[in-house]
Design a protein around this ligand. Structure first.
Ligand SMILES: Cc1cc2nc3c(=O)[nH]c(=O)nc-3n(C[C@H](O)[C@H](O)[C@H](O)COP(=O)(O)O)c2cc1C
Length: 186
């Protein structure tokens, strides 16, 4: 039997009641038995400063090690001003440096996102896919999980209550398992 895959998830929001953190927690509940999902909190990642890229702080070292230890990544991104939040872009920048030590290189990736708007982070997700080109990550094409009007789907306790969205996330995770296995050498 194939061994369990290990997924690492992070959300591009530091907000306590973040909808994107909420859908990531839902993903942790919904992950199929062939994988497990660890969540990494980006709170401790400092603003990237290229002068210091060869002496990363402990949080960046830990983040890069967690990425490297994972078979695949799951990113839950908000949409800020039609793009990904600076917090997420900064974390990806930190993980990709110094040049030649890109922890994201070759990683399979699934993307999802929740917003209060009607397009459910579509524009941010396509910007994220553009970043994946230079990062040399392998984002899964489908299903696209875009959660519009998130405030109507996530309850006061921060639980994703919407059944259809839960099904979509479960579908995404199942597809990520197949995608990761397909990309594994041998
Ligand atoms: C600086 C900023 C810019 C935003 N821009 C957009 C946007 O372009 N599109 C959108 O749908 N929502 C936008 N929003 C609203 C977010 O969808 C909403 O704040 C969402 O809850 C953020 O995700 P979170 O709950 O995970 O923190 C913006 C919010 C902020 C704070």
């Amino acid at each position: 039997m194939a061994s369990k895959l290990s997924f690492l998830g992070f959300a591009g929001s530091l907000r306590q009641d973040s909808f994107n953190r909420a859908i990531l927690r839902a993903a942790q509940e919904l992950v199929p038995s062939g994988a497990e999902l660890r969540i990494f909190d980006l709170t401790g990642i400092p603003p990237f400063n290229q002068d210091l890229e060869n002496q990363p702080v402990a949080e960046v070292k830990e983040f890069k090690a967690a990425i490297r230890a994972a078979d695949a990544l799951l990113i839950a991104t908000p949409e800020y001003n039609y793009s990904i939040p600076g917090v997420l872009k900064n974390a990806l920048d930190c993980a990709s440096r110094p040049y030649g030590d890109n922890a994201l290189d070759g990683k399979p990736l699934a993307i999802m996102g929740a917003s209060v708007g009607m397009l459910g982070t579509a524009r941010a997700q396509y910007h994220l896919r553009q970043c994946c080109v230079f990062l040399n990550m392998y984002p899964l094409n489908r299903p696209e999980v875009m959660v519009p009007f998130a405030q109507e789907k996530i309850d006061e306790q921060g639980r994703l209550a919407d059944v259809k969205t839960r099904e979509k996330i479960a579908e995404l995770l199942a597809a990520l398992i197949l995608w990761t296995r397909r990309l594994q050498p041998g």
